[in-house]
Ligand binder design. Structure first.
Ligand code: ZN
Length: 477
């Protein structure tokens, strides 16, 4: 009997988290049938003739993670000493803006590959990259490289086409000059025609994503990008309110809050999601919630840059779709979805606990452990990600959904002794061994290895590239 490439029976999982809310967040399984790249059944199942069997004994199954904010080119810019202890503004000048013009086709492809490999090995099946490394006259087509590298690894890829039509102060002299609005919009148009698939289970999407609303464009350009995106039927994404500097800047220039500024320029709605949103007033959260605007929560980068902790729990209560992104590796040396969701789980609880007061001062709670459970974090990182990207066939383990699944093996000492193995990948704090990552029913990772990838060789190429970058900026002879 011929075996179908995308048809599997996953057998005997120890636990299944579905990405759904409430009681359906767990499924007893223990088996999952995948047929033609879709989930066909969950339950106690017997193999069908010709079906391939994937043994999930002592494994936990999650939906493939959906990472909604990244800058893959930064994967060669980790831990740069000049930026390691800087907050956002100084860090931008010392790291991404200082180094971005030094990338050539080889180093850009290498950085992209490193970032995607790291994500795939954490069980991530869909990656949205906010790519803003566009300089006039660049000698290579970075969009093509990004889509090619994602396809090689069998991952779904969303290109958020960054860029700017004015220079930000932090860029200093490192910028070779911004694009014109016409150049920017016509390239987005080209990318949509070349790559964008509107299907609910698309492998390739394009998003309109000027790098940062208050800084990257004059306000009238911003409004034009929103209108152009809606004409093209694509989504809108950007950074917002990562630090108080956003509040200072928009207040000074426009006498508005950053969210009110976005509202004025048609940049809110269910087709918009913002990275960070660390610094928001109650009114801003209500406005974001009322418009269905989403967030890419990046707790590790926000922690690393000392920006703060976004109030994700309040945002969800206000009606916002919540997703999780790793942000670029230049401000997050652990750019994988397990580290990121582990941090999200801890930091939302810590944030709630920070508000606890003694009873004599009016307090009513001892701490904040009740605000976010592992199932919430899994839902944010899977179903929530699919929602903000508009990839409605992804993100949950349900019959009819795309077969994007991560199977984690519980063979590390940090999992020994756990009473509830379903929470292991998020609570463990280290990278679990991946039994398999399936994307659309196809194997991207098997037994912790990516077929055809020489990890040692990738590491060696990365070390050489770091030396070349260090020489280019004069920190190494
Ligand atoms: Zn970012």
């Amino acid at each position: 009997m011929k075996q179908h490439a995308d048809s599997w029976l996953i057998r005997n999982a120890s636990a299944i988290l579905t990405g759904l809310r409430g009681a359906p967040a767990r499924h007893a399984g223990p088996d999952i049938r995948i047929s033609h790249g879709r989930i066909a059944a969950l339950g106690a199942l017997q193999p069908l003739p010709g079906e391939r069997v994937l043994d999930a004994t002592d494994c936990v199954v999650y939906p493939g993670w959906v990472n909604t904010h990244h800058h893959l080119f930064q994967s060669l810019l980790k831990g740069i000493p000049a930026g390691i202890d800087q907050s956002l503004g100084a860090w931008l000048g010392a790291v991404p803006y200082r180094y971005r013009s030094l990338f050539d086709e080889h180093s850009f492809r290498l950085a992209t590959r490193i970032g995607l490999v790291e994500l795939a090995r954490s069980g991530c099946s869909t990656v949205a990259d906010h790519h803003y490394l566009y300089l006039p006259g660049m000698a290579f087509d970075s969009a093509q490289i990004l889509f090619e590298e994602a396809e090689r690894l069998g991952l779904r890829f969303v290109l958020c086409r960054g860029g700017a039509t004015q220079v930000r102060q932090a860029e200093g002299t490192a910028s070779a000059g911004p694009e014109t609005l016409d150049q920017y919009l016509s390239d987005v148009d080209r990318l949509v025609r070349t790559y964008h698939d509107p299907a609910a289970d698309a492998w390739r999407r394009v998003v309109m994503a000027p790098t940062s609303p208050p800084y990257s464009m004059p306000p009238e350009h911003l409004r034009e990008t929103a209108r152009a995106a809606r004409r093209l039927g694509i989504r809108l994404h950007s950074h917002l309110s990562e630090t108080v500097e956003y509040q200072n800047e928009v207040q000074r220039r426009h006498n508005l809050s950053p969210v009110a500024f976005c509202a004025e320029h048609e940049w809110l709605g269910a087709d918009v999601w913002f990275a960070h949103l660390v610094k928001l007033s109650h009114e801003e959260i209500q406005l974001l919630g009322a418009t269905g605007t989403g967030v890419a929560h990046c707790p590790q980068s926000n922690g690393r840059l000392g920006s703060g902790i976004a109030d994700i729990v309040a945002m969800e209560a206000a009606g916002m779709p919540i997703s999780i992104g790793v942000d670029g590796a230049a401000s997050n040396e652990a750019c994988d979805m397990i580290s990121e969701t582990h941090a999200a789980w801890l930091m939302q609880r810590a944030k709630a606990g920070e508000r606890a007061l003694p009873a004599y001062a009016g307090g009513q709670q001892e701490g904040g452990a009740h605000v976010a459970c592992v199932e919430d974090v899994v839902r944010w990182g899977t179903a929530g990600g699919a929602q903000v990207l508009g990839l409605d066939a992804l993100g949950t383990l349900e019959v009819g959904k795309a077969a994007d699944l991560a199977l984690y093996r519980l063979d590390q000492p940090c999992y020994f002794g756990l009473h509830d193995v379903g929470i292991a990948p998020v609570v463990g704090g280290g990278r679990p061994t991946l039994r398999a990552l399936l994307v659309g029913g196809r194997l991207s990772v098997e037994n912790d290895a990516i077929p055809g990838l020489d990890l040692a060789e990738l590491g060696s190429q990365a070390r050489e590239a770091v030396v070349r970058l260090q020489r280019a900026v004069g920190v190494r002879a």
